[in-house]
Design a protein around this ligand. Structure first.
Ligand SMILES: NC(=O)c1ccc[n+]([C@@H]2O[C@H](COP(=O)([O-])OP(=O)(O)OC[C@H]3O[C@@H](n4cnc5c(N)ncnc54)[C@H](OP(=O)(O)O)[C@@H]3O)[C@@H](O)[C@H]2O)c1
Length: 238
């Protein structure tokens, strides 16, 4: 029986993915601060769902929390980091920028590091994390958010290279969504907004196929390509 732990599974994409994995027969550890939101799932999936309260702003406690959860579940095959925060930050409020770095950079790194250490001991495993299409270029609405997502994607590439050099059977999947209909999708002019359930299905398929990278939904590949080729003098006007 496969065992997955999802960090940031109390709502949105992480919740939809957790529910899908439970439907597929996985044992699932679902983490976040608002664990009360998982009560209904707990009633439905009782023994296969393990809930862990975890606040990534305290990395030391979070690492302990995940270690405890792995013990409780008697192992882990897959770790998904879906936690994240993002703010529209026109006023350049420093606290918002620092909170973004705390959760999306430091918190993510702590979780990825815990997974690397666990999987390297076990000589197998899979790490996946939800970065964003925002990783492709900087963003004026929320500079720290785009930068944090670029960090995540680059970090995952580094992990993948590490595993390849060691010949380790540990897979790393970088997931880059466009817009998904959750509390995180903020601002005007949203388009191609996917339901979280559809995003979860595509993420699950990418993990099953051990893909190194996936856009969610797939059509966002086109936007990523346009963003990458746009010269700075055009990009900077938008
Ligand atoms: N929705 C989009 O359009 C979109 C697009 C691209 C990328 N993404 C990325 O997708 C990921 C999931 O976001 P979502 O769209 O599903 O939004 P969401 O519903 O707001 O989910 C965010 C998750 O992160 C968790 N989280 C936030 N702060 C945390 C903390 N301090 N400690 C532990 N967990 C924390 C939340 O749990 P608690 O609040 O319960 O702690 C929640 O489960 C994020 O990384 C986001 O950047 C989203």
């Amino acid at each position: 029986m496969k065992k997955a732990i999802i960090i940031g599974a109390t709502s949105g994409i992480g919740y939809a993915l957790g529910k899908l994995l439970l439907e597929k027969g996985f044992h699932v550890g679902m983490c976040g601060r608002r664990t009360g939101l998982l009560n209904d799932l707990k009633k439905e999936y009782g023994g296969r769902l393990h809930v862990q309260k975890l606040d990534l702003s305290d990395t030391a406690k979070s690492i302990k929390g995940v270690a405890g959860l792995i013990k409780k579940m008697d192992g882990m095959d897959l770790l998904v980091v879906s936690s994240g925060v993002g703010f529209l930050n026109h006023e350049m409020d420093l606290k918002k920028e620092m909170d973004t770095i705390s959760i999306n950079v430091a918190g993510f790194t702590a979780m990825a590091n815990a997974a690397v250490k666990y999987f390297e001991k076990k000589c197998s495993g899979h790490i996946a994390a939800i970065s964003s299409i925002a990783a492709v270029r900087g963003g004026s609405e929320s500079p720290a958010y785009n930068a944090s997502k670029a960090y995540m994607s680059s970090y995952m590439e580094g992990l993948r290279q590490r595993m390849s050099r060691r010949g380790a059977e540990i897979y790393v999947t970088d997931i880059q969504p466009g817009f998904v209909n959750t509390a995180m999708a903020k601002g005007d002019g949203l388009f191609w907004v996917a339901p979280p359930e559809k995003a979860a299905r595509q993420i699950f398929r990418a993990i099953q196929k051990r893909k190194t990278h996936v856009y969610i939904t797939r059509r966002w590949r086109l936007i990523a390509w346009l963003l990458k080729i746009a010269p700075a003098f055009i990009y900077d006007r938008f």
